[in-house]
Design a protein around this ligand. Structure first.
Ligand code: NDP
Ligand code: MG
Length: 405
């Protein structure tokens, strides 16, 4: 909605924003974008799971009407750290609280920046309520793609991609007809281990896995980039966002992370979207689109940029990508099983209870053991998630990395 000011120019009404996962990497970068455009946003909702100290600082700066936190214990901790003179704010708790926050009255756009399966329910609820969702939380589409597609079909909700590759494709598709699209080409950095000999993968430490060459992100997605599961999740995400069959979604390793993704068309033309790797650009575009707002984000330096390389991914060295293709093909609850096993295995890797090679091994085991169910409901997905997660959490894997299978 726009209002016309006295000088005749049109000023947009501030967008009422609910930011789910406010304390994380995407959450804090979203607030950096909001700071650049204070008149364009009214932050109504902020949520976190446990980092109430950071949340309290955000509440003082952005003065939302509501926050949601992970547990009653965290809600008490939040009340303790919030200064007495802080603005009044409603405090919601747990999964139901997160869903209520996602459907807060008057909200125009929900930024879905929770990590993992926990993001699915609130995003579904926001879409059911007919709200626009800017989605970073790819696990939502990996697990619940068919449910999200159904809600979008039946209602007024709208989904805008935030993930840099999907934002790139979304930008390349603007103004194009669906029929003229041949292939989507997702680029991947290859992560920190693209050139590392596979024989040394059993020695990979948490510190090495968290040292991403191009992007600064949360720990879970950074580990997913190191195993290349991130690209597997993104193939599934692309399938549901753009309704393109998987055999028309290609992956290319592009170590410079300058081309964020591409679309090839029926006449042989290819469109690519390029830029410095900085998530604030796709975050801002998801909130401004179809407009582009002038912003001081870093520009590409053509004098520095000497080459752009592209290579096919190595599925033997990075089996997680193949596992994701397999799960997508199996359909039903298989992607939910893949995702839950991956979340649990990455958690154990980050806690140093499992080696790097244990991650694909645990996922393979879960996909082999948990029965796949076709046409799942949300409850079926929740059950599959719990079963796969439980299986991986109980795997008696050695504390040290082992190359034995
Ligand atoms: P972070 O781990 O940095 O942040 C996650 C946020 O979600 C935090 O606010 C966290 O709260 C909250 N959270 C975590 N678990 C739960 C839960 N169970 N219930 C409710 N809230 C929870 O993640 P990122 O910001 O890196 O990633 C967010 C999503 O965006 C992921 O799905 C990721 O794949 C995707 N993405 C991220 C990119 C990036 O550059 N970071 C790029 C593209 C996609 P608390 O801080 O209290 O734990
Ligand atoms: Mg991405």
């Amino acid at each position: 909605m726009e209002t016309v000011s006295q000088n005749g120019t049109s000023d947009p009404e501030p967008r009422q924003l609910a930011l789910l996962g406010a304390t994380g990497s995407i959450g804090t970068q979203t607030l950096e974008v909001v700071r650049l455009f204070p008149d364009r946003f009214d932050v109504r909702v902020l949520t976190c799971r446990q980092n109430v100290e950071r949340l309290a600082k955000q509440v003082q700066e952005f003065r939302p009407a509501c926050v949601a936190v992970g547990s009653a214990e965290r809600a008490e901790a939040f009340e303790r750290v919030l200064p007495a003179d802080a603005p009044d704010v409603r405090v919601l708790v747990g999964t139901e609280g997160l869903c209520e926050a996602a459907t807060w009255p008057g909200v125009d756009v929900v930024m879905g920046a929770v990590v993992g399966f926990a993001g699915l329910r609130p995003v579904l609820r926001a879409l059911e309520a007919g709200t626009q969702v800017a989605l970073a939380n790819k696990e939502t589409l990996v697990v619940g793609g068919p449910l999200v597609a159904q809600v979008l079909d039946e209602g007024n909700g709208e989904l805008i991609p935030v993930d840099s590759e999907h934002s790139a494709i979304f930008q390349c598709l603007a103004g194009e007809s669906e029929r003229s699209v041949e292939d989507l080409v997702l680029t991947a950095s290859g992560g920190p281990f693209w050139n590392r000999p596979a024989e040394t993968f059993s020695d990979i430490t948490v510190e090495e896995a968290l040292d991403h060459p191009n992007w600064s992100m949360g720990a879970k997605i950074t580990t997913d980039s190191a195993t290349m599961m991130n690209k597997g999740l993104e193939v599934i995400e692309a399938k549901w966002l753009f309704d393109v069959p998987v055999d028309r979604i290609q992956v290319l390793v592009h170590p410079q992370s300058i081309v964020h993704s591409m679309v090839s068309f029926a006449d042989g033309a290819v469109k690519a979207q390029l830029g410095v790797p900085d998530m604030k650009v796709p975050i801002q575009y998801a909130l401004s689109q179809p407009a582009r707002w002038p912003a001081p984000h870093e520009r590409l330096d053509w004098d520095e940029l000497s080459r752009l390389d592209f290579e096919r991914p190595n599925l033997d060295k990075f089996p997680c990508l193949q596992l994701a293709y397999d799960a997508l093909e199996a359909g039903g609850t298989a992607p939910a099983i893949l995702n839950a096993a991956n979340e649990a295995a990455v958690g154990r890797f980050l806690d140093e209870q499992m080696g790097f090679l244990g991650i694909p091994r645990a996922i393979e085991r879960a996909l082999g053991q948990v029965p796949v169910q076709a046409d799942p409901t949300l409850d079926d997905l929740v059950a599959a998630d719990a079963e796969a997660r439980g299986l991986v959490e109980e795997l008696p894997l050695p504390a040290s990395n082992s190359t034995e299978r």
